[in-house]
Design a protein. Sequence first.
Length: 207
Amino acid sequence: MDKVTLNIDGQEVTADKETTVLQTALHNDIYIPHLCYHPDLKPSGVCRLCMVEIEGKIVFSCRTPVEQGMVIKTKTPEIEKARRTNIEMLVANHHISCRGCPGRGQCALQKIMAFIHIDKKRVRRLRPPKEELPQDNLNPFFDYDPNKCVVCEICVRTCEEIQHALNIVGRGYSTKIAFNGDSSKCESCMECVARCPVAGLIPKENK
């Protein structure tokens, strides 16, 4: 495969020509915040967190292929402001406390919060939901907690490759993941649970 050389935050790196900016950055231990990216799935860009600047333009790194001579900035005032706004809105609709969460220590949202230095006191002033949404416990192998879900769509896109059992329903705060009309379609392969970046999908044995 052809190789290209590019510059990320002042660091010169080499990458395969068919890879994306995000893949190249992560391969070279350059962290770019992301929630909806998974190496086994086609990039979607729905989380709007993996923004970078290339030639003065803001693009999603998960959907931008590398090119020879690219100069990429992963941190600029404009990027950090937009990224912070997006993540604060997610956190405001999420469980503020990580205490007792099954995903603690492996949660992608928690990692991003630490990376961006999110102020929880400030987030609490963003009018978080007053009531928690009910959990979906219909599946015999895992439960779905919409209060922890960040609607990254990884589980839905994973399921599309296997059985088409999951779908996205609702709008705004009520947006959640649901079975596509019939929970019996689920083969309980647990791939959606394994790929969940937070603790939205929880194996029953972990509860």
